[in-house]
Ligand binder design. Sequence first.
Ligand SMILES: [Mg+2]
Length: 371
Amino acid sequence: MEIVEVRADNVYISLKQPFTYTGVTLHHLPYVLITIKTKSGILGYGEASAAWDITGETQESVRGALRHAEKLLTGQAVDDIADVWGIMHSIAHAIAFNGAMKCAVETALLDIVGKARGRPVSDLFNRTRKNKVTVSALLPITRDLATVEDTIHRILQNGFTQVKIKAGIDFMHDKKVLKRIRKISSDIGITLDINQGWRQIDRAIDYCNALGEFDLLWIEQPIAADDFEGLKKIREHCPVKIMADESMHTLKDCRILCEMQAVDLVNIKLAKCGGLLSALAIADFCDAHEQAYVVGSMIESTLGMAANVHFASLVNYTITDFGSLSFLDQDYATGLHLRGNGIDVPDKAGLGIAMNSPNASNDKNSYRFFS
Ligand SMILES: [Mg+2]
């Protein structure tokens, strides 16, 4: 199938409530919807999440980089996984970084191959597939402790067994939050995501030790992304497991962290490494080196999350980070359902979701789902 058209549209989706984590409060979510059309009329869809604090990308940069990638897409044949690999290699060679843009392009190509073959994306690989992926619930930084309690009760009622708490701005408040949660449940698995907020290594070690009483499963990205030595030092002096997220984008990062034994776990995200194929390579490396990992997400909408879910269905993750799906107020695709503590892996062709038409805004390149 020959690629004849590549299109990029800005999309904004509103959140049910503002979402706060260290350094960022999101009121709505900006994405670039990438649509790739083949000569036979098949449309493949992919989503680039503009998570500038993680990948450095914005809607503008995604669209700018895509203009260069477009030349490497138009006219190419995309019939199987080998074609997708070939195209993505040529894009990687021509354009550095830009993981979310590459992920969106690759997702759209995989969607095309799946639709043409009448098979789900996760069924295009010779691998065992799960029917359902397990999800950790998510709690953004929340100042009101009564709201924390209500949220934890709801999370438990919905069947979650693990929750990821965003933290790192105010240590004393974080301790209060953990105390309230442990009062409600001594069983629920708790992880903390600091999003680089503790900054200093010694402070991070003190904080980790002070949180020992809460029986945390792990603490994610306590300090700056580029401080691998610092992560290692914290790990050596801390009773809680340490995870790398912002520090681990690519297979190269994973290799270095693994060789250094700097962390206990890594967080694999399609938008950081450039898509499902690169993420599979990282997961395979982790499996071969007994490196534990979770499958994370960027608060993608149903479209981006579908790619994450197909990937997670193929690998031996510890848990997935897909609880953010419940924070979206509206969406421009349907077909993923958070049921209990899991998401069913779509079994229809391609990504297995249905696209809706977002509302056109005044900007001809933008669509909005603001409520
Ligand atoms: Mg994180």
